[in-house]
Ligand binder design. Structure first.
Ligand SMILES: [Zn+2]
Length: 297
């Protein structure tokens, strides 16, 4: 009997959904913008709408699972969301609210964990024991898989390297600390750094382009980004010593990360000759949605 899998990846700027058949073929994929305004009721409605669209594709077929990746974690005891950079989810029973709407059990995991899972099973992390997956996009997340299984950690935040406070004088972070890695090594963080230093707003892609065109302000901010990336990931590799690091999210498409960025990581790691492969994802920068679809085993 055919069993379908619905995967949803709720991100800061987009909600991606996918429908997989029993043999894991992608039957349908859709991407819609995340409702603006950080409002819980709008977000839950938008996610439910995606689930409904997917179930309509299988015409009310009963045997299907739903897995959702969220930019945060669900507390296993209370069922409430915590550590979410889509802050309206914090303290909300997002999973059970959606289960009520759908009349069905739903699996829910941190989005970076979903990304790490799929890259570990079928992507750039395949064949490695401990995979550290990074999502550098609007925010900066991370997840750990050991031998193809998500390692959630005692508090459900394993791999969340984005919230090491690197700079006590840095910008406030939504988590309550200042100068978190996420405020420096993420699209939104780098754009904010540019604005703070030069007083005009430039998009991440324009900063990268400006760097490549030798534009001085863009070079300053981009080089700082490479340095911050190296210090942050160098420290993390020293602490965790994973077998491989796999990078996803929009920033993973910046080629300089795998050259200058990796040099910086090596420079700041405790062991100067670390050989840890630091790789671009193999399944696309938004492959986490497939990981979400596989959450139910
Ligand atoms: Zn933070």
């Amino acid at each position: 009997m055919e069993k379908y899998r619905i995967g949803i990846d709720l991100g800061g700027t987009k909600i991606e959904s996918v429908l997989l058949s029993s043999d894991r073929k992608e039957v349908y994929r859709k991407r819609v913008p995340t409702p603006a305004g950080n409002q819980y009721d709008l977000i839950i409605k938008a996610v439910y709408e995606q689930i409904r669209t997917m179930t309509e594709k299988i015409h009310g077929y009963s045997d299907f699972s739903i897995g959702i990746g969220i930019p945060g974690a669900v507390n296993k005891e209370t069922g409430l969301v915590h550590n979410a950079n889509t802050t309206c989810l914090i303290g909300k029973p997002f999973q059970s609210d959606l289960e009520t709407l759908c009349g069905k059990k739903i699996a829910m995991e941190n989005d970076a964990n979903c990304f790490t899972l799929i890259e570990s099973l079928e992507g750039a992390g395949k064949g490695y024991g401990m995979v550290f997956g990074i999502i550098m996009g609007t925010g900066c997340g991370g997840g750990i898989c050991i031998n193809g299984n998500i390692w959630s950690g005692a508090n459900g935040i394993a791999g969340e390297w984005g919230h090491f406070s690197m700079d006590p004088g840095g910008r406030p972070c939504y988590c309550g600390n200042r100068g978190c890695i996420e405020t420096k090594v993420s699209g939104s963080g780098i754009e904010a750094s540019f604005f703070e230093k030069f007083g005009n707003r430039l998009k991440m892609k324009d900063i990268v382009e400006g760097f490549r065109q030798n534009d001085e302000p863009c070079k300053t901010i981009f080089n700082q980004f490479m340095n911050d990336f190296g210090r942050a990931l160098g420290g993390l590799v020293s602490a965790l010593d994973p077998d491989v690091v796999v990078i996803g999210g929009g920033l993973s498409n910046i080629d300089e990360i795998y050259a200058t960025g990796v040099e910086q990581v090596r420079k700041y790691a405790f062991h100067k000759n670390i050989k840890t492969p630091i790789l671009k994802n193999r399944l696309g920068d938004s492959s986490g949605v497939i990981g979400a679809a596989l959450l139910n085993g």
